[in-house]
Design a binder for this molecule. Structure first.
Ligand code: URA
Ligand code: ZN
Length: 374
């Protein structure tokens, strides 16, 4: 069995909205009559090719069939509603969450099973100036939708990031309703870091995206949010960006900063054990590393002094979930299997120290439990 937890859609209503815009984010028609997607900062007017794989459910199902994916947990793609006014964000969130529930509910079931092939992650109208009650209404709407299991969120929150105290009622509601938060980047980091050479989208996507996720979740952790909302379930895109690699450095910096240290109940490394990580890392060594770091987290619970023995990768693998990032990173020819998918599957299959139980967990079982798909 294979479950994809990182797979996006621009539903037709959202694509229409992008087509109606004259500034980015937008979909435009170029001189050759082809539609192009323009969403990233400093993207040239050439944009990226965009087509049915972004909005057509049959294209999603065909992609799933082509790669042996049984179930997908589909989320809206960046930049969500970030660019809208509060009234537009509120009404589009309501309509898109309704659309996504229908997209999933009317999808085919798995053969000889009552499970649908599509489940979804809705979105919240998180824009500056929105009332918290509007955001809470969207949380309630998602919680009531039978096929929506959580929501996807960018890193801006209400404009001040995810350590904004104003978000506390939102985290509380999400935690109480048992919804998953899928934290996903869009903005990268200041593009002046990328220099003048023409490197296409490589630097913002390969580095900027994971750096953005790292900063956002680190600020969230430093705000003490996991101490206030210990049952909140957050899934990090792209295997947690660089947080696993930097977590001991983070812990050390906190130790040397009494104001922050006194705010947190635990060593920073403990909080990595509160998180889930997609397995969109493209290499077995990276998956091994993340699982080892996550395995280690429990040792950093306050009062636990067992920090010396080496961590076992198996425990951490239970918090890792297969993903594709479809429809992004397509191959040049439409008939072949997507390299981005094949690489991630091969990586799962060849992590040293994982047995068949761990591989099956990451391919499907962890996701079925995490999203309560049964
Ligand atoms: N590019 C994007 O804009 N979003 C993704 O999720 C992946 C690539
Ligand atoms: Zn993505």
């Amino acid at each position: 069995m294979l479950v994809d937890v990182h797979t996006h859609v621009y539903l037709p209503r959202y694509a229409s909205w992008l087509r109606s815009r004259s500034i980015a984010p937008r979909i435009l028609v170029n001189e050759a009559g082809e539609e192009r997607l323009l969403i990233l900062e400093n993207e040239t007017s050439a944009g990226r090719p965009v087509g049915p794989s972004y909005w057509d459910r049959n294209a999603k199902l065909n992609f799933m069939d082509q790669h042996g994916i049984d179930i997908s947990v589909v989320s809206f793609a960046n930049p969500w509603l970030d660019f809208l006014s509060p009234p537009d964000a509120e009404s589009l969130a309501r309509d898109l969450n309704t659309d996504l529930e229908e997209y999933c509910a009317t999808s085919p079931c798995l053969p000889s099973s009552s499970l649908n092939r599509l489940y979804g992650l809705g979105l919240l109208p998180l824009v500056p100036g929105i009332s918290i009650s509007s955001v809470l209404q969207a949380v309630s709407q998602i919680a009531k939708a039978p096929h929506l299991r959580g929501l996807i969120m960018g890193t801006k929150g209400l404009g001040k990031g995810l350590d904004d105290d104003a978000l506390d009622p939102v985290w509380k509601a999400i935690e109480e309703k048992g919804l998953v938060v899928f934290l996903h980047p869009h903005y990268g980091v200041d593009s002046s870091a990328w220099g003048d050479k023409e490197n296409g989208h490589v630097l913002p996507l390969a580095l900027g995206f994971p750096f953005e996720t790292t900063t956002a979740i680190t600020r969230f952790i430093l705000s003490g949010a996991f101490d206030r909302f210990p049952s909140l379930r957050v899934l990090l895109a792209h295997s947690g960006g660089t947080l696993p690699q930097l977590s001991s450095r983070l812990a050390s910096c906190i130790d040397h900063d009494p104001i922050v240290a006194s705010r947190l109940k635990h060593d920073a490394r403990f909080y990595l054990g509160k998180l889930w990580f997609d397995a969109v890392a493209y290499g077995p060594e990276e998956l091994a590393f993340v699982s080892e770091i996550v395995s280690r987290a429990g040792r950093y619970e306050s009062g636990n002094s067992n920090t010396k023995t080496l961590a076992d990768r198996k425990e951490g693998s239970k918090r890792m979930l297969f993903g594709t990032d479809h429809p992004f990173f397509p191959p040049l020819s439409s008939s072949e299997k997507w390299k981005s998918v094949v690489e991630n599957l091969e990586a799962i299959d060849s992590v040293a120290g994982w047995g068949e139980d761990e591989r099956e967990g990451v391919r499907a079982e962890n996701a079925l439990t995490f999203f309560d798909i049964q």
